[in-house]
Design a protein around this ligand. Structure first.
Ligand code: ADP
Length: 525
């Protein structure tokens, strides 16, 4: 089948481009109708001896002369040259021009084709516009990213400041707590066999609660700042769990809950910091007791699952809504605001628990079938091989009273702290003196000749490390039993204290039972 196609002439005349045939001197010998229409000329007029270059603007003529002619001579073609043609009414017709120089028999002609570029120009303009828009969008995006980065930096600065604030707050709260606790101990001792009065019991309980909150605050700020160093050793998990259950008993029985313990019959050993692990389990038990209506049931169980030790704390309490299970371990997350509850907390207990568990290489999750349906917390830790017999039992050594008299110098810039501490020590039969700065400590040590010095690190004139160094270097200093007391109690403080010549390091508020153990050690030397 043949398809009807326009005759050669029609194709030439009405091509979609302007066509022109010229001699090499530019004289036009043929021109198509398309070009004539574009220029508003007739073919006769154009072929009446006019030249190709006569169709150009002046600039176009110069360009033709300097660029097109040499190119035609060298390579017999010119491609995609932009030239403006002149319409009969002197307006400009922007075109793209191609020329091919060809020999036809003896003669040589230039075959010229023109394309109108108006459309191309507007297309280019659109392209340019789109490009500018894209660049502007990119610029805006860069700006937004920079702003986001600045906001991020601001957020992490704020976060750091919050952590620092919490650490300082906990530290500052601990200092006044120490003398308050000592004063309570003193009052209890004075009460003697009659036992502490009701108000004193309340005071003791509430101060204990306060101290607990402050300790939690201190801990969490240390964890977030990566300052907690675990003292790990192989331990039998059952010991730590029993100890935690014992510690939780007062809270559990006060709410008339019953606590069921299920432990493996063989040792279940983990490489852990026993004190921290007890703290974790105690926290979970305290929560179970707190968030279960009186008379509930709590189950505490441990078992081995392959190479993992699994501890579960389950209760029959208020439960946890499904949407909160994922966020409950975040800091300050409380499902019921503390103000609405009988036993308010800070909402850091579970954050602390997760932090400590993760430091041990373990994980923790919460499950609940919903409100009122109880909760279960499942804690997993890497277990040591079953036959690891090296596990050290975790049993806090019983506090022994120092049986004999010691000469003890107590140094602290807070007079309430030294006064109550001295009074406590004297009630236990020791002889005491106090000093409130480094210089005073040195004078008192020279005059009083103590066997034991309890030395605060933050003193007004020089720090306690410096005082310790000087006391050690003084005559008779090597025999001194020196105990550092700091509010911070971080591992590097401990190390610093030991290298400054202290025998021991205690964290404020000083636990009197621990101090008594140290005093017994001092007496044994
Ligand atoms: P706090 O007890 O000081 O508020 P926690 O971090 O220990 O802070 O607990 C966070 C929140 O998780 C609590 O406020 C409580 O809403 C919820 N929660 C914790 N343990 C339990 C539990 N055993 N049953 C129900 N809710 C619990």
């Amino acid at each position: 089948m043949t398809v009807a196609s326009p005759a050669g002439d029609t194709l030439f005349e009405h091509a979609a481009c302007g066509l022109l045939l010229a001699r090499t001197d530019g004289v036009i010998v043929r021109v198509n109708a398309t070009l004539c229409t574009w220029l508003g000329e007739s073919a006769e007029s154009l072929m009446a001896g006019r030249k190709l270059q006569d169709l150009f603007t002046i600039g176009g003529r110069v360009f033709h002369h300097t660029h097109c002619l040499p190119m035609l001579q060298v390579q017999a073609s010119v491609a995609e040259v932009q030239v403006d043609l002149l319409h009969r009414d002197r307006s400009r017709v922007p075109t793209l021009m191609n020329i091919a120089r060809r020999a036809e028999g003896d003669a040589v002609y230039d075959h010229v084709a023109f394309f109108i570029t108006v459309e191309r120009r507007s297309y280019e303009r659109e392209l340019m516009l789109a490009r500018r828009e894209a660049e502007a969008a990119l610029e805006a995006r860069r700006g937004a990213e920079a702003q986001l980065q600045a906001l991020n930096a601001q957020l992490s600065r704020d976060d750091r400041r919050k952590d620092e604030f919490l650490a300082t707050l906990a530290h500052e709260l601990r200092n006044p707590l120490a003398p308050v606790r000592n004063a309570i101990e003193l009052l209890k001792m004075k009460a003697g066999a009659a036992g502490p009065s009701r108000p004193l019991q309340v005071l003791e309980r509430q101060v204990g609660h306060l101290a607990h909150l402050v300790d939690d605050l201190m801990e969490i700020s240390r964890i977030t700042r990566g300052q907690v160093a675990l003292r790990r050793q192989p331990i039998d998990l059952s010991h730590a769990i029993r100890a935690a259950a014992d510690d939780a008993m007062p809270v559990v029985s006060a709410a008339h809950h019953s606590l069921a313990l299920s432990l493996p019959s063989v040792p279940l050993c983990v490489d852990a910091d026993a004190t921290r692990l007890m703290q974790v389990v105690l926290n979970l038990l305290t929560n179970a007791a707190k968030y279960t209506p009186p008379g509930g049931q709590i189950w505490l169980a441990a078992s081995r699952e392959g190479d993992q030790a699994v501890i579960t704390v389950r209760d029959t309490g208020i439960g946890i809504p499904a949407q909160s299970l994922g966020t409950i371990f975040e800091m300050f997350s409380q499902l019921t605001p503390a103000l609405d509850r009988a036993q308010g907390g800070l909402g850091i207990g579970l954050a602390l628990v997760r932090g400590l568990v993760e430091l041990h290489g373990g994980s923790i999750r919460a499950d609940s079938e919903g409100e009122g349906k109880g909760s279960v917390f499942t804690l997993r830790l890497p277990a040591l091989p079953a036959d690891d017999a090296a596990a050290a039992p975790v049993a806090p050594a019983p506090a022994r009273a120092a049986p004999e008299q010691l000469r003890i110098l107590v140094v602290d810039d807070n007079p309430d702290a030294t006064e109550t501490m001295c009074a406590m020590l004297e009630l236990h039969g020791h002889l005491t003196r106090s000093a409130h700065d480094g210089a005073g400590a040195q004078q008192a040590a020279a005059a009083f000749k103590p066997a034991v010095i309890l030395l605060d690190i933050g003193l007004p004139d020089m720090n306690g490390y410096e005082v310790a160094r000087r006391l050690r270097a003084a005559p008779g200093g090597e025999a001194l039993f020196m105990v550092a007391a700091t509010g911070w109690g971080q591992e590097d403080d401990r190390q610093r204290a030991l290298s400054a010549g202290f025998d021991h390091h205690l964290t404020k508020p000083i636990d009197f039972a621990r101090l008594q153990l140290l005093l017994a050690e001092a007496l044994a030397r």
